[in-house]
Structures are given as C-alpha cells and as structure tokens.
Design a protein around this ligand. Sequence first.
Ligand code: AMP
Length: 214
Amino acid sequence: MKLSPKIILLGPPGSGKGTQAKRISEFCKSPHISTGEILRKAVSGTDKTARRIKFYMNKGKLVPDEIIFSIIRKHLKKTDAKKGFVLDGFPRNVQQSEVLKKILGDVDLIVFNLKVGTDTIIRRLSGRRVCKVCGSNYHMEFQPPKFDEKCDRCKLKLYQRDDDKQVAIKNRLKVYEMESKPLVRYYQKKGFLISTNGERSEEKIFSTIKKYLK
Ligand code: AMP
C-alpha cells in the first residue's frame, strides 16, 4: 500500500486553502476532503439537516460539531484515510482536532498554515463569483469572466455565495479569530506546523508546499 502524507490546511476564509488542497491532492494522489464543499452539496436537500446546515452557513457561523463529525467519520472511512489525505476546512476548532486525533490515533501530520491579512481576505471573498452549473470560480477583479457576470463555459449568470456577502464575511472572520486561530498554536506545539505567506501567487505558495511533500 503506497502511503501519502496526512495533510491539514489551516488559514482564514479566502486564504486559498481549497486551491492549494486541490493541487496537493493531485500531486500526492490522495483524496481532498473539503468539509465546506461537502456541506454546500448537502444544503441542496430539503430535509431538516439540510435546512439546519444552511442556517449556519449562510450566517458565516460554524455548523454544529455533531453534523461535522458524522460527515468527517464517513469520509475518512470511505477514502481509506490510512493511505493519506488532504483535509481542507477541518478541523475548525480545537475540539474538532481532538476528535480527529481519536479517529486517526497517534500519527504524524503536516499542517500548512496560510497566512493572509484581513484586507486581502475581504477583497478576495467579496469579489468571488461561482457558476452554479459547472462550479467554476471567478473573481470580478483578479479573474473576471469574459462577458458581464456570466460563466465563460455555461454562459449563465454567476452567483455570489451567501456567505461571501458582507455581513457573513465579518462573521466568518470573527469565527476564525475566536475558534480556528487557536489551532495554529495547537499544531505548533505538536511540531506539525508549517506557516507560509498566503498572499503570494498560487504557484509560489505551491512551490513552497511541494518542498515538504517529498
Ligand atoms: P469553507 O468553504 O471551508 O470556507 O466553509 C464554508 C462554511 O461551511 C463555513 O463558513 C462553515 O459554516 C461551514 N464549515 C466548513 N467546515 C466546517 C467545520 N469543520 N466545522 C463547522 N463548520 C464548517
């Protein structure tokens, strides 16, 4: 069985965790597990859990732990986490990291922390637009679509995620500071943390990360 590193990406919303996680996952040939993506798919349902998830996500708040734990247990099992994984958006608080430790046991992790300032985060998130059909991401300033606010591929109007709107962004930043930032110290103490400047280009950040994946 070929083993890949067990990787966690930390960083505020809009720090580029998803983009780097995708690249690492391709490079290491290990599954990319994004709790944000999984939850966005889950809210398309109409059941009580879907409505509950939507309520928290739209406000930029953390979805309750019991929902997250059942998702993460299922996905770690499904993807055979013993071989390696790239976790993006989980853990989001110290309690979640303790549960992860219980699931995995005493294993070595590589935790990349993408450091990005508040002004950059707000600019990145508020300009982000997504195509509901094909999932392509655009940015009205940095990577605009060719015509109006329409997807280059599907030609349909792009939308702004509810949690990328002003009030939700503020909440997400507050939640990050209070709940997720303590994880930086938590993993630093364990000797797993690698912090890097997330304000650089996607390419430069990945070339730093790659050095640790050999
Ligand atoms: P993301 O795409 O990682 O920015 O996540 C989008 C939203 O999904 C967050 O603002 C939370 O509402 C929810 N979410 C994602 N991951 C978690 C998690 N590990 N724990 C609780 N809520 C989460």
